[in-house]
Design a protein around this ligand. Sequence first.
Ligand SMILES: Nc1ncnc2c1ncn2[C@@H]1O[C@H](COP(=O)(O)OP(=O)(O)OP(=O)(O)O)[C@@H](O)[C@H]1O
Ligand SMILES: [Mg+2]
Length: 248
Amino acid sequence: MIELRGVTKVYGEGALAFQALKGVDLRIAQGDFVAIMGPSGSGKSTAMNTLGCLDRPTTGEYLFKGVHVEALSRDERALLRRRYFGFVFQGFNLLARTSAQENVELPLLYRGESAATRKAAAARALDAVGLKGWEHHTPAELSGGQQQRVAIARAIVTEPVVLLADEPTGNLDSQRSHEIMELLWRLNAEQGITVLMVTHEPDMAEYARRMVRFVDGVVDSDTLNPHPVGLRGKPAPVVPADASQGVA
Ligand SMILES: Nc1ncnc2c1ncn2[C@@H]1O[C@H](COP(=O)(O)OP(=O)(O)OP(=O)(O)O)[C@@H](O)[C@H]1O
Ligand SMILES: [Mg+2]
C-alpha cells in the first residue's frame, strides 16, 4: 500500500541546507503495525511527515495505493491526507477550552459533515478509546492519558486507513503508555488500521509487528517482531461490541 523509493529530504538551501533523509526505501503493507525507532535527528519525524502527505520528498518517489504522492499538488495531498490518514502527536494538540466531543468532531467539521453525523461519530470514537461519559470534559479536566485517548479518537473518527503516531507515549508515565499501546494494538488487530508509530521506548516498540530503525537519514535495519506484546499469551483486551464495528 505504501512504498518509498529513494526518498530524500533537504531542509533549507545553499550553505544552510540539511539533508534529513538520504535515500529511504520502505514498503508497508495494509494492516501492518510498524514501530519506527532511531536516534534523535535521524529523520523519523521527517519520514512520518512524508508518509502522511504533510510534506513532499525533495527527490525520490512515494507511492500510496499506486498514486505518486510526490507528483501531487498541495491541495491534492490534503485531500489524500484527509481521506486516508489519522495523526496522533506527542503533545496531544487538543483545543484547550473545547470539550472532548468537539475536539473529536473537528476533522468531520472540515469534511462538512452534518452536526448529527459528527455527534454520532464522535461518540462512537470516544467509546472506542474508552472515554464514554467523558464527552463534555475539556482537556484541562482530563489526565494526560485521557487527553491522548481524545487525540486518538480524533484521529480515528474519520476512519483512516493509516494511523501515524509520532511518539504518542512521549509525555505519559509507564502505566498510561502501556494503556495507549494496548489501544493502538487493538485498533490494528481488531479494526485493521495500519499503524506507523515513532517511539524511543523499546517497551512500546514491542507491541508492533515490525521495527524499522532510522540512522542518519536512512533505514538502518528492518526486522519482524515474532511475538508482539498483546498477542503474547495475554488475553486480548475486551472491546465494547459497538466499537468493534468501527466508526462511521
Ligand atoms: N523544518 C525543518 N527545517 C530545517 N531542518 C529540519 C526541519 N525539520 C527537521 N530538520 C532537521 O532534520 C533532521 C531530522 O529531523 P527529524 O525531526 O526528522 O528527526 P527525528 O528522528 O524525528 O528526531 P527526534 O527523535 O528528536 O524527534 C534534524 O537534524 C533536524 O534538525
Ligand atoms: Mg521526531
